[in-house]
Design a protein around this ligand. Structure first.
Ligand code: SF4
Length: 75
């Protein structure tokens, strides 16, 4: 199983990754909206109910509830 991406990982901080989309700072991330989360992102591949792989963060798992500034809504 892939290790979980931490918020303080240098890759994560660059894209403002948070484990919980509800904790994203609106002032820092003006494009963020409350309904955006990894589970509905085009770059996300679910591995379980709570976590999955992200095409950007190779070798790590992100939370289904997570978010980063590369979010792209799944078609
Ligand atoms: Fe989550 Fe999408 Fe960002 Fe990957 S690109 S961390 S799936 S919001």
């Amino acid at each position: 199983e892939l290790p979980e991406l931490t918020e303080d990982d240098p890759m994560a901080t660059g894209l403002g990754y948070k484990k919980d989309t509800a904790t994203v700072d609106a002032a820092e991330q003006p494009k963020h909206t409350a309904e955006q989360k990894c589970a509905t992102c085009a770059l996300y591949t679910s591995k379980s109910a709570t976590a999955g792989a992200c095409a950007i963060f190779a070798g790590k798992q992100v939370r289904a509830t997570g978010w980063c500034s590369a979010y792209a809504k799944k078609a």
